[in-house]
Design a protein around this ligand. Structure first.
Ligand code: ATP
Ligand code: MG
Ligand code: MG
Length: 550
């Protein structure tokens, strides 16, 4: 990150620092609404906000933007904190917009007193109609000319619970003919008799985003308030409220939100997938949520690297999910321990290996690291499981695996030559017969024989079983939100493949939760959170190469 050019927000911060603005202070915030679990798009915002603070010796607040009581829950607050921490960031303060309700109320009173806000009794339909269109100016209604005294009294009564939901709203008195529709007397407060996850029943009026966000930034003295491009038209309002309230002049900057192929990136849509049972939960390993990626076997470092690589854009774009996969593959290639597992087993019998013999071979944990990070014993015996696809009855030329007359090396073990095979009544191959070359043992091979292929295996009497879950894209099209009809019509019906009976080498029974394992030739795997000693479950994080086929 030291060598790359500054992104446009870094340029702004460096200019501000050069000017001595804010006494050289940089304070950012990450402001999630606790109405769902965080996704990879939020990770982009987290890495940006916390990353900038880190780079410029600043700090970042975690502020829950909890101004909409009906959608927010403590479960989401907890998951958000866990995810931010897991990504490797520490916030300066944990704050809640709801803690500012009293202050925001007083700000609203101040605007009423300045003649800049009024209570409107119109319905939302009437208000929408009176707003006009971008080319037709809006029309003022009778409520717009209410006196300051009347507005103060009505607003106090709104707070006191005298009215029902929808009876009245508080609006800013700005400009009904502004070309920016958001400035045509936007709503500041609405009535909602609802339970709030923190303030309980204390309030029945709640501020709108535009009357909460900038004010919360100002209360915290945020220097650089970074949000996504949809908020560009909100910026004049952000600045106007701050100016009229004469509070700390936080500044808003906008960058392009992260969009990624073959998924959806909106809490509302992700919530539907959970509610309708298309996925198991918010942390289903197919979900683009941070908790889903974690369960799938992604590491915090791989997600941070992804966010760094995509950079900070000023125009909306679509990032190919294969970049995210590239980042985790690079990470796991360096850190994952190598193990052997047979996902689609067929039996191989070494006819010249003694029936009652077992030997313990050794395999290093990680060939990418000097010293291999230690190793493990791998029991070897006369009967082995190998992958069905590593044998062919009629192998084509250049098939460097098994077929009658062909030889391969068994990883960490011996060279074997296929002599024969057996089929059942339906014509399925059930057993493969080989002979081994005793002098060809890995590490002390004196056979002088060279073979092109190496295959993985697991000793039949020593194998443990595991359920292995393979994942594919959640959606069949690149941008499901941009297709005709409902986005859920584009779900990939084969996004999860469960292999209930894979055979794994015995050491994998000691697999460490959260650690990545490379199943040789099969990809990177990690224990699922539901895995137990009685029933081991592994999730495939990603395949070894680009591409989606097994
Ligand atoms: P969603 O539409 O998924 O609910 P949101 O913007 O409503 O997203 P918030 O909880 O308000 O979700 O988001 C917290 C912060 O994360 C905001 O600053 C928001 O701009 C940012 N953010 C949300 N989605 C993305 C994304 N796809 N890319 C980058 N930043 C994002
Ligand atoms: Mg939001
Ligand atoms: Mg939202």
């Amino acid at each position: 990150s030291e060598e790359r050019a500054l992104n446009f927000i870094e340029e702004i911060i460096e200019e501000d620092l050069a000017k001595g603005l804010n006494d050289g202070r940089v304070l950012t915030r990450f402001p999630p609404e606790p109405n769902g679990y965080l996704h990879i798009g939020h990770a982009k915002s987290i890495c940006l906000n916390f990353g900038l603070a880190k780079k410029y010796n600043g700090k970042t607040n975690l502020r829950f933007d909890d101004t909409n009581p009906t959608k927010e829950e403590t479960e989401y607050v907890d998951s958000i904190k866990e995810d931010v921490k897991w990504l490797g960031f520490e916030w300066e303060k944990e704050l809640y917009a709801s803690d500012y309700f009293e202050q925001l109320y007083n700000f609203a009173v101040k605007l009423i007193e300045k003649g800049l806000a009024y209570v409107d009794d119109s319905t939302s339909e009437e208000i929408a109609a009176q707003k006009g269109t971008p080319t037709i100016p809006g029309t003022p209604n009778q409520y717009r000319s209410r006196s300051v005294e009347e507005n103060l009294q009505l607003f106090a009564e709104m707070r006191a619970g005298k009215y029902q939901d929808g009876d009245k709203v508080l609006r800013a008195k700005i400009d009904l003919s502004s070309p920016n529709m958001l400035l045509r007397d936007p709503l500041m407060y609405r009535i909602k008799h609802a339970h709030h996850h923190r303030t309980g029943e204390a309030w029945c009026i709640y501020p709108m985003y535009d009357f909460a966000h900038g004010q919360s930034d100002a209360i915290e003295k945020i220097t650089h308030s970074i949000c996504t491009l949809e908020f560009v038209p909100h910026r004049p309002l952000y600045d106007l409220f701050i100016k009229e309230l004469e509070i700390f002049p936080s500044k808003q900057y906008e960058f392009a939100r992260l969009n990624m192929t073959y998924t959806v990136m909106s809490k509302r849509k992700l919530m539907q997938l959970v509610a309708d049972g298309h996925v198991e939960s918010w942390d289903d390993p197919r979900m683009p949520t941070i908790s889903g990626l974690r369960r799938r076997g992604y590491t915090p470092g791989s997600i941070r690297e992804f966010c760094e690589r995509i950079g900070v854009a000023k125009r909306d774009n679509m990032i190919d999910v294969s970049l995210l996969e590239f980042c985790i593959r690079e990470d796991l290639n360096k850190t994952a321990w190598r193990r052997m597992a047979v996902l689609d087993p067929i039996k191989l019998i070494i006819t010249n290996y003694p029936e009652d013999q077992t030997e313990n071979l050794n395999g290093e944990n990680n060939p990418e690291v000097e010293g291999g990070e230690g190793g493990r014993d791998i029991p070897f015996s006369r009967e082995l499981w190998i992958e069905r696809e590593d044998f062919m009855e009629e192998p084509p030329k250049k098939f460097f695996r098994l077929g009658v007359g062909l030889s391969v090396r068994l990883k960490h073990a011996y060279i074997v030559k296929c002599e024969d095979f057996k089929k059942d009544a339906d014509g399925n191959v059930t057993e493969i017969y080989c002979t081994y070359i005793p002098e060809s043992k890995s590490g002390s091979d004196t056979s002088g024989i060279n073979v092109k292929g190496t295959i993985h295996w697991v000793s039949v009497p020593h194998a443990k079983t595991a359920e292995v879950r393979l994942y594919d894209r959640l959606f069949q099209v690149e941008d499901p939100s941009n297709e005709d009809g409902d986005f859920k019509e584009y779900l990939n019906p084969n996004s999860l493949q469960i292999l209930p009976n894979a055979y794994i080498e015995p050491d994998l029974a000691n697999a460490i939760p959260g650690k990545g394992y490379q199943f040789i030739r099969k990809g990177y795997f990690t224990l699922d959170k539901h895995s137990t000693t009685d029933k081991l479950i592994f999730n495939r994080t990603v395949g070894l190469k680009d591409g989606w086929t097994i």
